[in-house]
Design a protein around this ligand. Structure first.
Ligand code: GSH
Length: 269
C-alpha cells in the first residue's frame, strides 16, 4: 500500500492501481481485485487518497478523475487507462481480467441481471442508505420528517432485496444464481446497514446471503482495504462493540434510535 504525495506517473509500479479511501464504494472494487488476485494471480497496488490533505482537489488528480472522487482504477497495462464509477470499474476489470468468468457472465440474460442489480445499488440502495444515514446519524439535529422519509425509502430497498433472495443464493445467474460482481457491488453497503440504524437480522434472506458472501476469503481481505481494518459501520465492528461495551453502544445510539422511533410513531411504519 502507498500514499500518493505526487502524481502517480512518478510512482514506480506497473499493472493495476486502485486509488481509494476508506469508503464503501472503494471496498467493492477492492473485493473484486482480491478475487482476481486469488482467482488469476492478478496483482494490484493500493494508493490512499487522503481527503484531509485535499488530494482529491489536486490538479493532476482532477485530470484523471474529473469529479475528484474515489475509487479510480488506473491500468498501466492498458496505456494508463483510468476509469471511475464503481459500476464501470467492476465491468472493466471483469471484461479484461476474468477470462474464465469466475465473477461475471457470458450469457446475455445472466449478464443483464447482474447489470440490473449493480444499477440498483448505484441508483437505489446506495444513495438511499447515504441519505438515510445522514438524517439518522450525521445531521447536527434530529429532524423527524426527513429521518422518516429516507428510512422508509431504504426499508423498501431492503424488503426488495429480501424478496429477491427468498429462493436464491446470489443476486444474478440462472436458477439459484452464482456469486458475481452483482454480489460484490451490493455486499459492502449491506454490511454497513447499521449506519442508517437498521438491522441485518430484520431481513433473514439478506442476512443469509450476507453470511455466505462474507465467508469468502477475498471478501474478508477486500473489506479491509485500505488500512487493514473494516469500515467503521461494518456489521462486525458493530457486533464487537455490542459485546465489548453494550452500555456504551446503547448510550451512543440512543438519541438516533429515539428519533427514529418517534418518527415511526408519528408517520407510521
Ligand atoms: N458513483 C461513484 C461514487 C463515488 C463517490 O461518491 N466517492 C466518494 C467516496 S464514497 C468520494 O470520493 N467523496 C469525496 C468527494 O466527494 O470529494 C462510484 O460508484 O464510484
Amino acid at each position: 500500500m502507498a500514499t500518493i504525495k505526487q502524481e502517480p506517473d512518478a510512482a514506480p509500479c506497473g499493472g493495476i492501481e486502485l486509488h481509494t479511501a476508506h469508503t464503501l464504494n472503494g471496498i467493492k472494487v477492492a473485493i473484486l481485485l482480491e478475487e482476481l488476485k486469488e482467482g488469476y494471480g492478478k496483482e494490484y497496488t493500493v494508493f490512499v487518497m487522503n481527503g484531509s490533505e485535499r488530494e482529491t482537489m489536486k490538479h493532476w488528480w482532477i485530470r484523471i478523475a474529473p469529479g475528484g472522487k474515489v475509487p479510480c482504477v488506473i491500468d498501466r497495462d492498458q496505456g494508463r487507462y483510468a476509469i471511475t464509477e464503481g459500476h464501470a470499474i467492476l465491468n472493466y476489470l471483469t471484461r479484461h481480467y476474468d477470462p474464465a468468468l469466475q465473477y461475471s457472465f457470458a450469457d446475455p440474460l445472466e449478464a443483464c441481471a447482474a447489470e440490473q442489480w449493480i444499477s440498483w445499488l448505484h441508483a437505489g440502495l446506495g444513495p438511499a442508505q447515504a441519505e438515510a444515514a445522514s438524517f439518522y446519524r450525521f445531521a447536527p439535529d434530529r429532524q423527524l420528517g426527513p429521518t422518516y422519509y429516507f428510512y422508509y425509502k431504504l426499508k423498501r430497498y431492503y424488503n426488495e432485496l429480501n424478496n429477491h433472495l427468498a429462493q436464491r443464493g446470489y443476486l444474478a445467474g440462472l436458477e439459484g444464481g452464482r456469486y458475481s460482481i452483482a454480489d460484490i457491488a451490493v455486499w459492502p453497503f449491506v454490511d454497513a446497514i447499521g449506519v442508517a440504524g437498521m438491522e441485518l437480522e430484520s431481513y433473514p434472506n439478506v442476512h443469509r446471503w450476507w453470511r455466505s458472501v462474507r465467508e469468502r476469503p477475498a471478501v474478508g481481505r477486500g473489506m479491509r482495504v485500505p488500512g487493514g481494518r473494516p469500515f467503521v459501520y461494518s456489521y462486525e465492528v458493530g457486533q464487537r462493540w455490542a459485546v465489548d461495551d453494550p452500555g456504551g453502544m446503547r448510550n451512543a445510539e440512543r438519541p438516533f434510535r429515539d428519533a427514529l422511533e418517534a418518527a415511526r410513531q408519528r408517520f407510521g411504519d
